[in-house]
Design a protein around this ligand. Structure first.
Ligand SMILES: [Zn+2]
Ligand SMILES: [Zn+2]
Length: 378
């Protein structure tokens, strides 16, 4: 079976800004090959535009092109391939962008977000089940992180489709594919933020704002948000930040230290993808504390850390991909928290886009004026 799908394709990265003029994303009419064994065909309903998409368009991340953009979405199952037991036709699903095989040493040790074949497939722009399913004039078009959210229909590995039983609208559900699991996983699974502790969060984007909520739910007594935009700092305050640091006016390291009795925060989260900020997050972490690096950088980027402060001050520096979650275990738990009113999305979702407005949306994201913009597919 083959069907046609309108999809947002990037053929060339690193074009000059504004993207509303250079138009790196074009909506094309693609052929989509039907699901094979262990794959499912999904009708995408809503998809979020994330900084990782921008990093691809900028050429910071370099998967093979052409590629169908997007990795954060929700939709419904249209058809299942052979041997699929985890979802059925008609199920509502959230997509996981961390492809996993279920059989490698990482999957077997409960760490599917660093699955070997899954990671290789993501680098190659392919499905972990093998190859690509999008075609343009008979030529292959790649999958972004095994999802390619900005397409009316997609074929994904069944292991990437997480069934949803909660009554959550699709435009909210999409955020459970990236922003929310990445933030909540980083707080609960990776840093394991303790009750009453101090937390500093560098960046108030889709990730940073959700880190604030996660730290609040974890019971942190002090949540310091750092950003260079006043309006985003206000959003952080609405979500639970107890202190705000405007890094365009103040040195964030000395401010975080001042706010924490000169010691620094017990947990510092970097959510910007800027290496200078990663160093700031490290320097603002107290002795014995944990620095969590979450931003996307290029493979060549480096941060130089004072090594004495790692050994001599017993500090931990740790990274996390998609919150180091187990998607089928953790996404339903997060949806329960949302259904109970514990997670707010009003401050995070800042606008809606049509599929053919992604270039304008990317400009707003790059300018820092948007947090999460949602593409409604119909
Ligand atoms: Zn993302
Ligand atoms: Zn695996």
């Amino acid at each position: 079976m083959t069907l046609r799908t309108r999809a947002a394709v990037v053929e060339k990265a690193g074009l000059p800004r504004p993207y509303s003029s250079s138009r790196p994303v074009t909506v094309r009419d693609l052929e989509l090959l039907g699901p094979l064994r262990n794959e499912v065909l999904i009708r995408v309903e809503a998809a979020g535009l994330c900084h990782s998409d921008l990093a691809l368009v900028e050429g910071v991340r370099r998967p093979p092109l052409p590629i169908v953009l997007g990795h954060e979405c929700a939709g419904s199952v249209v058809e299942v391939g052979e041997d699929v037991k985890s979802v059925r036709k008609g199920d509502r699903v959230v997509l996981s962008f961390a492809q996993s095989c279920g059989e490698c040493v990482y999957c077997l040790s409960g760490r599917p977000t660093i699955c070997d074949p899954g990671r290789a497939a993501n680098y190659e722009g392919k499905l972990v089940t093998g190859g690509t399913r999008f075609r343009l004039d008979g030529k292959e078009v790649h999958h972004h992180l095994g999802v390619s959210a900005f397409s009316e229909h997609i074929v994904v590995p069944a292991s990437s489709a997480i069934p949803v039983v909660q009554d959550v609208p699709f435009e909210k559900l999409a955020l459970f594919g990236c922003a929310i699991p990445t933030a909540f996983g980083a707080v609960f699974n990776v840093a394991k933020v303790r009750l009453g502790s101090s937390v500093a969060i560098f960046g108030c984007g889709g990730l940073g704002l959700n880190l604030v909520q996660a730290a609040r739910i974890a019971g942190a007594s002090q949540i310091i948000s750092v950003d260079i935009r006043e309006d985003k700092l206000r959003k952080a305050e609405l979500l639970g930040a107890t202190d705000l640091v405007d890094a365009s006016k103040q040195d964030p390291v000395s401010e975080v230290k001042r706010l924490t009795a000169g010691r620094g925060a017990e947990y510092c989260f970097e959510a910007t993808g800027v290496t200078r900020v990663m160093l700031q997050a490290f320097m603002a972490t107290r002795k014995g504390g944990t620095t969590v690096i979450l931003g996307v950088t290029s493979a060549e980027d480096r941060v130089e850390l004072p090594t004495w402060l790692i050994m001599g001050e017993e500090r931990l520096v740790v990274g996390s991909y998609m919150g180091s979650i187990v998607p089928r275990r953790d996404i339903p738990l997060l949806l329960n928290l949302y259904a109970q009113g514990k997670i707010r999305l009003e401050e995070v979702i800042t606008g809606e886009l049509r599929l053919d407005e992604l270039n304008e949306g990317l400009d707003r994201l790059a300018d820092g004026v948007a947090v999460r913009q949602i593409v409604k597919m119909r």
